[in-house]
Design a protein around this ligand. Structure first.
Ligand code: PHE
Length: 339
């Protein structure tokens, strides 16, 4: 009986099969029970030995069955784990369908602008995010007591000497340190301001600084370069307006705005209902700034501009909230597959 039991238990594949074996052998109407029932008329001696033997058998079978059951359960869990195997280092979208990698729209536009400027003979410079007071303010004609410091809410380091650059204009100063006139360069990069965020403001954003220093540079030269730039970027004429703008490091200074391409000029959250977007502050480099940079102001002058890259990207792609740019949302990023 024991052998037969073992064989049947060995063949039982499912939990139900195992339970069936259990019922057949040690259940109320099972084999063991019927053996014991059949002992009714046996002698006390016989009863004792057979009873003892069948109890031992029953216990053994019990043990074997619960072992088989837990074994079976373990296998089931493993099987389930195998079937639901997931590589948690892969994102859901990568598991499903392959998406082509994409450059960030700011990178796309930045590289295009770099190409436009290198084709016009400009050099590309890169500068540090952590700046000192001298490069970010002082050498740009913004002394310590100047109210213009309040125009740009600054992230200061605790030494109060270093800061996260509030604009790319410190690269004008650094550019003059490493170049002798005449020269022209652009410098793209991140800038930081301690400001509240909304649809058109972020604490971290991008500018592209440009500076051209030479003989007899005029406002007409400046406007010409800015127009070429915008026409190339948008692939069409865009409506612009020029307003006087105040920056201590330029004189005269301008704000070049473009007609808001999100709302077409009727007013929206990006243009603050004005229909215009400030895109390109610029001006003729202030003589004092040139002097800080050891440029001979009798011979040379120049222009400078600080293009707002994020807003340009928003206008070009019709993005109505600057905060998408840093959202890290794959659904956003994957729309720009110019890889
Ligand atoms: N640095 C200025 C700003 O961020 C912009 C600017 C650059 C203005 C160059 C004039 C010339 O506000």
């Amino acid at each position: 009986l024991s052998k037969q039991f073992e064989a049947e238990l060995g063949e039982a594949a499912s939990q139900a099969d195992i339970l069936a074996v259990k019922a057949k052998y040690i259940g109320k109407k099972g084999e063991i029970s019927s053996i014991l029932k059949g002992m009714k008329d046996a002698s006390p001696e016989e009863k004792k030995t057979v009873g003892k033997e069948s109890n031992r058998l029953k216990q053994e079978m019990h043990k074997a069955i619960s072992q088989a059951l837990s074994e079976r359960e373990k296998q089931e869990i493993e099987e389930q784990l195998r079937q639901n195997r997931q590589d948690i280092s892969l994102t859901k979208s990568l598991l499903g369908q392959r998406h082509p990698a994409a450059y960030h729209p700011v990178t796309i536009v930045q590289r295009e602008i770099e190409d436009i400027f290198t084709s016009m003979g400009f050099t590309i410079l890169n500068g540090p995010h952590i700046e000192d007071d001298y490069h970010n303010f002082e050498a740009l004609n913004i002394p310590e007591t100047h109210p213009a410091r309040d125009m740009q809410d600054t992230f200061w380091f605790s030494d109060m000497k270093h800061l996260l650059r509030t604009h790319t204009s410190p690269m004008q100063v650094r550019g003059m340190e490493t170049h002798t006139a005449p020269f022209k360069f652009v410098c793209p990069g991140k800038v930081f301001r301690c400001e509240d965020t909304d649809a058109s403001h972020e604490m971290v954003f991008h500018q592209l600084e440009g500076m051209m220093v030479g003989e007899n540079i005029s406002v007409a030269n400046l406007i010409y370069f800015m127009k070429v730039l915008l026409a190339e970027i948008f692939g069409k004429e865009v409506e612009v307006r020029l307003r006087p703008g105040y920056f201590p490091f330029v004189e005269p200074g301008f704000e070049l705005d473009i007609k808001c391409l999100i709302c077409g000029g009727s007013g929206c959250s990006v243009c603050k209902q004005t229909g215009w977007v400030e895109l390109l502050p610029c001006g003729m480099v202030h003589p004092r700034v040139l002097e800080y940079g050891q440029v001979d102001t009798d011979k040379y002058n120049g222009f400078a501009f600080g293009l707002g890259l994020d807003r340009l990207v928003m206008m070009r792609y019709g993005i109505d909230d600057i905060r998408y740019l840093h959202s890290g949302d794959l659904r956003f990023g994957q729309q720009f597959s110019e890889y």
